[in-house]
Design a protein around this ligand. Structure first.
Ligand SMILES: [Mg+2]
Length: 113
C-alpha cells in the first residue's frame, strides 16, 4: 500500500479485516476507540516531548525515531478509521465539509501577512 494508489476505503477495509480476524471489532465500543485514539496521540506526542521545538524536525534524521514516528501516526490513523467505521462516517466527505467550514472561518484574505 502507498498513499498514491490506496484509497481510504481500502485502508478501512484492511483495518476491518485485520480487526475481525482477531475478534476485536465485536468487543470495542466508541468509548474504547476514542480512548485508544487518545493514547496513540499521546504516544505520538511522547516522541517530541523533551525535544526543543527548534530540534523537532531532527526526528527524521534518526532512523529509529523516524520509524517510531511512522508507527505512531499509523496507530492514530488506525483509530480514526475505526471510529469512522463505527459511526458510519465518510472521512473524505467529513474532511471536505470541515475544510469548507474552515475556509469560511479563516478566509485567505485574513491570513496573509
Ligand atoms: Mg502506538
Amino acid at each position: 500500500m502507498n498513499d498514491k494508489t490506496t484509497t481510504i476505503a481500502e485502508i478501512k477495509k484492511h483495518i476491518q479485516d485485520f480487526s475481525d480476524a482477531r475478534g476485536w471489532r465485536k468487543d470495542q465500543n466508541a468509548k474504547d476507540l476514542v480512548m485508544a485514539l487518545s493514547v496513540e496521540a499521546a504516544e505520538l506526542s511522547e516522541i517530541f516531548m523533551w525535544l526543543h521545538s527548534d530540534n523537532a524536525d531532527s526526528v527524521k534524521e534518526n532512523a529509529e525515531e523516524y520509524q517510531h514516528l511512522q508507527e505512531e501516526l499509523s496507530d492514530v490513523f488506525w483509530y480514526v478509521c475505526r471510529l469512522c467505521e463505527h459511526f458510519d462516517i465518510d472521512l473524505a466527505r467529513a474532511v471536505e465539509e470541515k475544510a469548507a467550514k474552515n475556509a469560511q472561518k479563516y478566509p485567505i484574505e485574513g491570513c496573509k501577512s
